[in-house]
Ligand binder design. Structure first.
Ligand SMILES: [Zn+2]
Length: 576
């Protein structure tokens, strides 16, 4: 079939564009550097972008063609290499990586082939509008209101908020087709793109239209990993700001433009729309109260956290480096504290590995809830995440050994795994090695030294005598799914001094081991114990109680499990 297509193309007659002739390697180039000037025209809902990008050939073969993709609502104006205009054709490329459900793709014929690892610098110009557009969601049946609260990006006179790759390709990217109707399709393509770009740099200069002397200019904010500079100055008439991502890390560059009010506190700066001033104060207050817990676990803040308001009260929150975009409409201090815990954890602790970076930020939320309202509230909160990744784990059950490695926490690009599952892993580690040991491991962590997946596991292992290799194997280096505990048997025996000794056998039917809590209930009380049960193995524990035991419950919800229906064991009759 492939041959047929090719031979027809070689006739040259039926070719609509180069694309039909050659299979393009869209992911051959990594964009190592961006230096962009972005002119925002809120009145026209437009942006105009000029700048330079550097592409590195990360494929094994020389590349003569480079693909540059921007949102389908933007148009290519010019592409040059050195002082030469290069040949390029443009086409619409259907992909759900952009909110419009399509990209404007420029297929560029480079002046000469670029050898593997060699780079080429291109001068680019493009422009167009960024309007509210939820096409990619509505076309797969998402109700319009929900779709718009998810894909809220747009430029308007009153309020502008635009996220990058994955939402709006406002800077050039190069990706294979991402399809939302295909399970992980989008998150995998986006994950690959982000991983390729992690060491890349981006400098963006934003310009806004001039305003009259007596008019307060809007503020432009963006997220940044290491450096984040926002200036409101220059001449008061032409507001501008300079954003720097060195490197991009896991950040997706985003920008917001609005006439924000500012609540500035030692740990956080909150930018709010005028109608949300009360909630902004509440958020800053809650963040202030959460800071001590976060510092205790993750060290002092490396940078100040920033939160910016979104106009749509139902808008889904988004993190871009140091900046959290979220509608500041709820003045509920508990909810604010929960969000702040995540954000402050990022401000204190950074890792280039998603399961550490995001996993710990979610773990921080569970810690916050435990501190505020007790262990059970934290476990209930984790249970909400559990529901999200149980679906993902079902696929694991049928997967191959290679998939076990690809879906492991150290490799996965699946958000549900590196967020929700990782949170559980951190919680389990805390209970296995203790708080002090884990905090010491975090304090010893240096992101720039994290070159091997085993770096963090080794830091934790060095804080304890206990062997953790099996745990990291089952949960971190591989995806072995989750355990399934069952109380297989329990025998009680009355001792000479009227106590009872209960011998409990716990069977783990799953392919991942864990240390699991168990509770023995008896008339007038209960006793809690912890037991390590490896994958496909049994564990035995003896528990002494002062009265006849009546019930055993394995797992309090702190270990994610595939089947909890077999976790309770009633001790009916007593043995003599
Ligand atoms: Zn996060």
């Amino acid at each position: 079939m492939k041959w047929l297509v090719r031979s027809i193309c070689f006739l040259g007659v039926l070719c609509a564009s180069v694309v039909s002739c050659f299979s393009l390697d869209r992911e051959a180039f990594t964009f190592t550097s961006y230096d962009l000037n972005v002119r925002i025209e809120p009145q026209q809902q437009r942006i105009g972008v000029r700048g330079k990008i550097t592409l590195r050939n990360d494929s094994a073969t020389p590349q003569k063609i480079a693909v540059l993709q921007i949102s389908s609502s933007l148009d290519w104006r010019s592409i040059r290499a050195g002082d030469q205009a290069v040949q390029f054709v443009t086409q619409t490329y259907t992909s759900d990586i952009d909110h419009t459900g399509a990209l404007s793709e420029a297929i560029v014929t480079l002046p000469q082939p670029i050898a593997p690892k060699a780079t080429v610098e291109l001068e680019i110009a493009y422009e167009g509008v960024v309007l509210l557009d939820a096409t990619r969601l509505t076309r797969i049946g998402t109700p319009e209101a929900a779709a718009k609260s998810s894909d809220w990006d747009q430029i308007t006179t009153k309020f502008t908020a635009v996220r990058g790759a994955g939402n709006v390709a406002w800077y050039p990217i190069a990706t294979d087709v991402a399809d939302l109707s295909e399970g992980d399709g989008l998150s995998e393509v986006l994950g690959r793109w982000k991983a390729r770009e992690a060491d890349s740099k981006m400098e963006v200069h934003f310009d806004l239209p001039t305003v009259a002397e007596d008019v307060t200019p809007p503020i432009t904010l963006c997220g940044g990993t290491e450096q984040h500079a926002v200036a409101r100055g220059g001449s008061p008439k032409s507001p501008w700001s300079q954003c720097s991502y060195q490197p991009l890390g896991l950040s997706v560059p985003a920008f917001v433009v609005a006439n924000y009010g500012v609540v500035d506190r030692p740990v956080i700066t909150v930018y709010n729309l005028p109608e949300h001033a009360v909630a902004a104060e509440a958020y800053a207050e809650a963040a202030g109260k959460t800071a001590a817990l976060i510092t205790e676990w993750f060290g002092p803040a490396r940078r100040k956290a920033e939160t910016a308001d979104l106009a749509d009260p139902d808008a889904a929150p988004f993190e871009s480096g140091a900046l959290l975009l979220t509608p500041l409409t709820v003045a509920d201090p508990k909810l604010a504290g929960l969000v702040a815990a995540h954000q402050l954890a990022h401000a204190s602790f950074y890792s280039p590995r998603p399961w550490i970076d995001e996993g710990l930020a979610h773990f921080a939320q569970a810690l916050y809830l435990e501190q505020q309202r007790g262990r059970q509230t934290a476990l209930d909160y984790m249970g909400l995440h559990r529901a999200a990744f149980s679906e993902a784990e079902k696929q694991t059950a049928a997967s191959s050994p290679e998939d076990d490695v690809n879906r492991s926490l150290v490799r996965t690009t699946n958000e549900v795994l590196y967020r929700s599952k990782a949170m559980y892993v951190w919680w389990m580690l805390r209970e296995m090695v203790g708080e002090q040991a884990l905090k010491k491991a975090f304090a010893a962590y240096r992101p720039e030294q994290d070159k091997e997946p085993s770096y963090m596991p080794h830091l934790i292992q060095s804080q304890t005598q206990r062997d953790l290799e099996w745990f990291f194997d089952d949960w971190v280096y591989r995806d072995r799914g989750v355990p399934d505990f069952k109380v297989e048997s329990a025998f009680s025996r009355k001792t000479a001094n009227d106590a009872y000794v209960l011998t409990i056998t716990i069977d783990n039917l799953g392919s991942a081991g864990a240390e699991v809590p168990l509770t023995v209930r008896f008339a007038g009380g209960e006793i809690g114990r912890r037991l390590e049960v490896r994958a496909k193995s049994k564990g035995v524990i003896r528990v002494e109680t002062s009265a006849a035991p009546t019930e055993i419950v394995v797992n309090d919800g702190s270990v994610p499990e595939s089947d909890v229906s077999n976790n309770t064991f009633k001790i009916e009759a007593e043995h003599k």
